[in-house]
Write a protein that binds this ligand. Sequence first.
Ligand code: SP5
Ligand code: ZN
Length: 318
Amino acid sequence: MKIIYTKDHMLHNPEWEFFEGAKVPHAEVPGRIEVILKAIKMQKGSEIISPRNFPLKFVAKIHKKAYVDFLKQKSALLKKNALYPSNFITDTYTPVLKHTFFAAVRSVETALTGATLVQKGERVVYSLCRPPGHHAEQYMMGGYCYFNNAAIAAEYLSQFGRVAILDIDFHHGNGTQHAFYTRDDILYLSLHADPKVKYPYSSGFIEETGEGNGKGYTKNFPLPLGTGEKKYLATLRQALKLIKEFNPEFLVVSVGFDTYINDPIGGFRLTSPFYEVIGKEINVLQLPTLLIQEGGYNVQDLGKIAISFLNGFVEEKR
Ligand code: SP5
Ligand code: ZN
């Protein structure tokens, strides 16, 4: 499998976030991607590819210029300290640092490089994006996300055919849902923690199903805290059935490993061997598939979780 990776992500290295009024160590750390890369390198059969450069016009399809300029200018002004801006931001978890803009652009390029390979015929590509993207809105950063990698990649692929997005991060991908809310050529499906009790709180409810032309092309599967493998699998199968019916040309998966039982900020009960089951279920669709890294914060266990998930995509020899 082709893996898209750049060490440039490490330049974005936030120390703190503000959580319920307290300053706590930041959960979205460079080690997350490094641990996954290390585990992948220990396996056979993967090819690590650096992302190429793309013009900012691809970012501009999803994000407003005023926001993109704001992030670029604020990043450039900073020296060492992090800035928690008072506009263009939804929460207190998503600081801007000197290299945040650059790292966020490279994360987008990691997704887009994967998208071009999938468009040209690769069956499955894994883009090791960091910072993550699915909470980033048209005008706003939030939830550790700056630019919406999955949305930008899906928008790119939609030039060539219909796209389904399956979001399996623990949190609802508010930014991705909103990017395509009125469109019928991009299906957005998400399994996540009940937004009544977990971030992003304001979207991801079952009642949100799209608007205008997009009516029926968004579907949310909020799940209670403590959700285990049996219920998760049954729900995943419902989502996969809808993807099959939609019959897309491409599948983009927002992959979050914060559904893991020992994730420090999640609240589901999935064990590492179960990620192979998830991968296998998705792979049954046999669609040209772009895997985009989102969350997952148990740095110690991320390697084995990622390998388990990728094993689901390995074709059995017969
Ligand atoms: C991409 C993604 O998974 N974003 C998640 C954003 C959710 N952040 C809200 C939770 C912040 C909790 N941080 C406190 C860590 C204490 N160990
Ligand atoms: Zn998440």
